[in-house]
Design a protein around this ligand. Structure first.
Ligand code: NAD
Length: 268
């Protein structure tokens, strides 16, 4: 593995598990000093300890990305102690309970938009201010193919991810003058905890088994397999690599060629 990110200070939100954890490993393997920022303290600390045992430089901090004040304090304290912040990857996000939009409760809409979109904004804003001052930095936001091609029954999630893409492109324009790059990754399906919950609900509504659902999704992916966290981590590492220094405002789809899920629910 190359040492392209040697000694870079990187924060990955939502990295106690799933895609964020895979991204943490990959950035640390490239030499970065990575801080996992997640709501789950024990899990974040034990995963960081596992990676340290492999010789990687990873630590863990508790952070709720939905708490504006805590986010500001977290990034300001990190800057004070480390002297700079080179990379921010926003992976924290929550899925939505699978529901017809006409039945979607206010609280569920607000929960998903608040964590998945507003939380990403809070982190981009706090880190972006620091990166603007230091005149360098790289932000990668986890969007979704749903943000580009909405899937039925998860309107709040689709809207949150479309918002993450727009936020990415807006910030890319605003921070370009000071050399800060802002890009997004749109992952296709990866069988994490997040997807397991979503699949279970879709199986119930379609009255099919989990195995059948997994196979249906697999068959719809042009490259013929589900994604792995490492596939997404490779995309993030590419966007953080100094060789992509002329790349900003991009949305990189990493989905085995899947552009979106177009299935429509039957008439109720
Ligand atoms: N897995 C997929 O198929 C897939 C596809 C497209 C996009 N994504 C996106 O990728 C990102 C990561 O997904 P995942 O599959 O790893 O999910 P996951 O549910 O496995 O992990 C999400 C992590 O985020 C943390 N988190 C949740 N709320 C938080 C908060 N308020 N503050 C800090 N941390 C918080 C959780 O503790 C957890 O560790 C999400 O933004 C998701 O929308 C995932």
């Amino acid at each position: 593995m190359s040492e392209e990110l040697k000694d870079k200070i990187a924060v990955v939100t939502g990295a106690a598990q799933g895609l964020g954890l895979g991204i943490t490993r990959r950035l640390a393997e490239e030499g970065a000093d990575v801080i996992i920022a997640d709501l789950q303290p024990e899990k974040a600390e034990s995963e960081a300890a596992n990676l340290r045992e492999e010789g990687l430089s990873v630590s863990a901090s508790v952070l709720d990305v939905g708490d504006s004040q805590s986010v500001n304090t977290f990034f300001d304290d990190l800057f004070d102690s480390r002297g700079r912040i080179d990379i921010l990857v926003n992976s924290a996000g929550v899925g939505q309970t699978v529901t017809h939009t006409v039945d979607l409760p206010d609280e569920e809409w607000e929960r998903v938009i608040h964590i998945t979109l507003t939380g990403t904004f809070y982190c981009c804003r706090a880190a972006g201010r620091i990166m603007e001052k230091q005149a360098s930095g790289c932000i990668v936001n986890l969007a979704s193919i749903n943000g580009q091609s909405p899937a039925a029954l998860v309107a709040a999630y689709n809207v949150a991810k479309a918002g993450v893409i727009s936020l990415t492109q807006t910030l890319a324009l605003e921070l370009a003058a000071c050399g800060v790059r802002v890009n997004a990754i749109s992952p296709g399906p990866v069988y994490t905890e997040f997807n397991r919950r979503n699949m279970a609900q879709r199986c119930e509504s379609l009255n099919i088994s989990e195995e059948e659902m997994i196979e249906r999704v697999r068959a719809a992916i042009p490259l013929g397999r589900w994604g792995e966290p490492a596939d997404i981590a490779n995309g993030v590492a590419f966007l953080c690599n100094p060789s992509t220094s002329w790349l900003t405002g991009e949305v990189l789809r990493v989905s085995g060629g899947l552009a979106g899920v177009s299935a429509t629910p039957a008439k109720r």
